[in-house]
Write a protein that binds this ligand. Structure first.
Ligand code: FA5
Length: 337
């Protein structure tokens, strides 16, 4: 009797050990055939029960049934864990090409600002920057806007402290640069600017590129020549400009510069409201009063300055109808450029 029970126990142990180690479905199937198959070792044990003496049969039968159930259960567990491992390896298919993380790109406003600066760099201008939080002195006073001067109303300002504000234009960098450097000066100043404005062509945050030239014998013809070269390089070679009289406290005479409408070429259309022209920037000859603030001699030097609205330049170049598209971060809009 103990021989039969020992043999069943040996088969059970060997089967469970083999199932514990199994690493692939082919081996699993071989194990199943060896232990549980029609000619397998457990089937042999069951068959041999009939030849045992009657009184030994129940115990041997019970041991054989129990061993078979245990082996079957271990086989099911091994099959399930192999299935799961294969699913996991499919989820991690190392042969698939990698997923590329989405790549960002330069915002259309930054690109426009770079393009503007590049045009002026080619004309011999160098780039200068200044602070976004500015004093009342540099933003207004030294640019010939005395306290309570009505021209301050043209730039609704955001103050952040006593006589401290978010700069309303890039013109303060004119003064900061002239204080530090002697002529000749040929500079452009790209930067962010802020006003209490908000409609389809005005944003509370916008950008400007300031230009300043101070040298010997500079005239209004130089201003027009430089800005014509800019317009034909930035927009298209056929783009013409016109100067329209205007007023800024820090330039005299002053001019708004318009470009021939980018849509109709000057014939008159919906975009230019029939006039054939689109306003691009403010400009003028540096008011000699500024030279007093920085210690230049107005008999020695003269100059011109301009301030390009970068947002406006981008809107004109790409035909945008609402400035707010530039600040909403909507990828469907941004991906078009
Ligand atoms: C000025 O800011 C002067 N500093 C420009 C200047 C420089 C004149 C040097 C003379 C010499 P103005 O307020 O017109 O000027 O603004 C210049 C340009 O900035 C405008 O033509 C417009 O394109 C842009 N701009 C002004 N306010 C806004 C705004 N809220 N949103 C978007 N663009 C604006």
């Amino acid at each position: 009797m103990s021989n039969v029970l020992d043999a069943i126990e040996l088969t059970r142990k060997e089967a469970l050990l083999a199932l514990e180690k199994v690493g692939d479905v082919e081996t699993l199937e071989k194990i199943r055939i060896e232990f549980l198959g029609a000619k397998g070792r457990m089937t042999e044990h069951m068959r041999s029960l009939g030849s045992l003496p009657k009184d030994e049969r129940p115990a041997a039968g019970q041991a054989a049934n129990q061993a078979r159930e245990e082996i079957s259960a271990a086989h099911r567990r091994a099959a399930e864990s192999l299935k799961q491992a294969s699913r996991r390896s499919q989820a991690l298919d190392v042969t698939l090409p990698g997923r590329k993380p989405p790549r960002g790109s330069s915002h259309i406003l930054n690109r426009t600002m770079d393009e503007i600066c590049q045009v002026f760099a080619k004309l011999g201008f160098s780039i200068v920057e200044g602070p976004e939080i500015e004093t009342d002195y540099y933003n207004f006073e030294a640019l010939n806007f005395p306290a309570d001067h009505p021209a301050r109303d043209m730039q609704d300002s955001l103050f952040v402290g006593d006589k401290l504000l978010l700069r309303t234009h890039t013109s303060p960098v004119q003064i900061r640069t002239m204080e530090k450097r002697k002529p000749p000066l040929w500079i452009v100043v790209p930067g962010r600017t802020f006003r209490r404005d908000d409609d389809i062509t005005h944003s509370p945050v916008f950008s400007q590129v300031e230009g300043l030239v101070v040298d010997k014998g500079i005239t209004m013809a130089d201003l027009k020549g430089v800005l014509s070269a800019f317009a034909s390089s930035f927009f298209s070679p056929e783009t013409t400009i016109r100067l329209r009289p205007s007023f800024f406290p820090f330039t005299e005479p002053s001019a708004e510069v318009d470009i021939a409408c980018v849509l109709c070429g000057g014939k008159g259309c919906r975009l230019c409201k029939g006039s054939g022209w689109l306003e691009l920037l403010g400009s003028g000859m540096v008011d000699p009063a500024l030279y007093d603030f920085v210690g230049y001699d107005p008999n020695e030097v003269s100059g011109f300055a301009f301030g390009i609205g970068v947002d406006r330049a981008a809107m004109l170049k790409y035909g945008l109808s609402d400035i707010r598209h530039l600040y909403q971060g909507d990828l469907r809009f941004l991906r078009q450029f």
